[in-house]
Design a protein around this ligand. Structure first.
Ligand SMILES: Cc1cc2nc3c(=O)[nH]c(=O)nc-3n(C[C@H](O)[C@H](O)[C@H](O)COP(=O)(O)OP(=O)(O)OC[C@H]3O[C@@H](n4cnc5c(N)ncnc54)[C@H](O)[C@@H]3O)c2cc1C
Length: 446
């Protein structure tokens, strides 16, 4: 009987396995941890007894593949979606800036939102509109060698609009510094989110912990469809014969055979399982050059919420980029509040001690919420994801491999392969779906 092995039970692996199982394939999923979920997971924290995500995850309405995956596993109700794009930011001292897009067709909704943005002067709004008009008019597109910073300067973007619109967007979606990040990658997001339909730009926040949203439901769908699950089992190596993949060897020494293998593990883990003699193949040779970019999250229980009017708030010119009122998102009201704070591309914070990060939190809260005095921090948990995503530095896109590999029967997936998107949930799920489609096509052709 023909069989496909999927290595990795993060979003890419789960999406690939569910798609294969739906297509009638015999699937074996091998995941190194017992719980799965990879970089989008939740766990129960022993000290507080609360279930925390490894980091706050946002989605957008343009995450088409992710929404299809959520439907396939019966989990689409687990996301709270805005009706229309709305992003609120706070300046030091507490002044608010709000981007509220009205229910108009795209990209008019964004243009109107920018024009009516509270707390931003007319010169800065005019600069943002100019960028929008240039985008719509197809002026010279950035290529992958141009940084976001160079591109924003080319489009005459003022510091004022960069601080409240472009930079939070770039740090958030590319998880990298605008001075480094590729403008072509940003453009890929702008096109999907802002230039197609109004719904595409809406933001979505999970209402439930990530493992309940994605992982448990996907694993139970796979069990129902008869997939073979090896959780807590790690692949040591791919096995190859005559330029074709024939299966995998686990760290335990067990060998599993397959006609096709989909790998969804991150770049460094892929190089560990790829036999040495393939490392210099042109398709794989640049993978080791991909760098990673960290994300640091704090989960903070405080005696009362610093804000209750919006579910999340960006902090302008702060090392802490976003604050989420998780209690509000999860439908709890009054009493103590659970906050999540996110620092993207956190190279400057990743080595800091918990005490110094707690100090940073207290200092920033005092700076942004002057009226919020005398609060009590009841619990403070730091999660550092050192390899949260690959770095989308300009000039690195072509280092990412395509779905179909030069090894017959081996297909590449994971948020970091060449999906045309930055490394996000959507890139992971899209890559899994594309690899599953390629594996099904290969089976039909053989
Ligand atoms: C803190 C944080 C916040 C984020 N926020 C957002 C956000 O707001 N929006 C967004 O769209 N994206 C966000 N992301 C990115 C998103 O989480 C990832 O793009 C996505 O989860 C990657 O999924 P993946 O399946 O490609 O890889 P992974 O999740 O890394 O899955 C790979 C799996 O392979 C397993 N594995 C590794 N080696 C082996 C082996 N040898 N054998 C067997 N199994 C193996 C691992 O255990 C892992 O489960 C965030 C990421 C982090 C870390």
């Amino acid at each position: 009987m023909s069989r496909t092995i999927v290595i990795g039970g993060g979003l890419a692996g789960l999406a690939a396995a569910v798609r294969l199982a739906e297509g009638g394939e015999q699937v074996t999923l091998i995941e190194a941890t017992r719980a799965g979920g990879g970089r989008a997971r939740s766990f129960v924290d022993g000290a507080s007894g609360r279930e925390y995500d490894n980091g706050q995850h946002l989605m957008m309405g343009c995450y088409r593949e992710t929404l299809a995956f959520l439907r396939a596993i019966g989990s689409e109700d687990g996301i709270y979606f805005q009706r229309n794009l709305q992003v609120d930011m706070a300046r030091p001292g507490g002044e608010r800036i709000a981007l509220k897009c009205p229910p108009l067709p795209a990209p008019l909704h964004l243009a109107t939102g920018l024009l009516t943005m509270r707390g931003v002067g007319p010169l800065h709004k005019a600069a943002a509109l100019r960028a929008g008009l240039l985008l719509a008019g197809e002026v010279k597109r950035p290529d992958d060698n141009e940084t976001c910073d160079a591109w924003l300067r080319r489009l005459g973007q003022t510091a004022g609009i960069r601080h409240v619109f472009w930079e939070p967007l770039i740090w958030g979606v590319l998880n990298d510094d605008p001075l480094v990040a590729s403008a072509a990658m940003l453009m890929a997001v702008l096109e999907r989110a802002f230039m197609s339909t109004r719904d595409a730009s809406r933001l979505g926040v999970p209402r439930v912990p990530l493992s309940r949203l994605y992982v448990d439901q996907a694993l139970s769908t796979l069990r129902q469809r008869g997939a073979e699950l090896h959780l807590g089992a790690s692949v040591r190596s791919l096995t190859l014969r005559d330029g074709a993949v024939t299966g995998v060897v686990l760290r335990s020494g067990e060998e599993l055979e397959a006609d096709r293998v989909i790998t969804t593990v991150p770049p460094h883990a892929f190089l560990d399982v790829l036999p040495e003699k393939w490392h210099s193949h042109p398709v794989f040779a640049d993978i080791g050059r991909l760098q990673s970019s960290p994300i640091v999250n704090f989960w903070v229980v405080v005696d009362r919420a610093p804000f209750t009017d919006v579910p999340f708030l960006g902090l302008v010119n702060s090392p802490i980029h976003w604050l989420f009122n998780r209690s509000m998102i999860e439908g709890e009201s009054g009493g103590e509040a659970l906050l999540n704070c996110t620092i993207s591309a956190a190279r400057g914070a990743v080595a800091d001690s918990v005490e110094s990060l707690a100090d940073l939190f207290r200092g920033e809260m005092a700076r942004f919420f002057p009226s919020w005095r005398g609060y009590e921090i009841r619990h403070f948990k730091v999660i550092k994801e050192k390899r949260a995503t690959i770095s989308h530095a300009a000039g690195t896109y072509n280092w990412r491999p395509e779905t179909v590999s030069p090894i017959r029967g081996l297909f590449m997936a994971g948020d970091w392969v060449r999906t045309g998107l930055p490394a996000t949930i959507e890139s992971a799920v899209q890559s899994g779906h594309e690899a599953a489609a390629a594996a099904i096509e290969a089976r039909s052709a053989s």
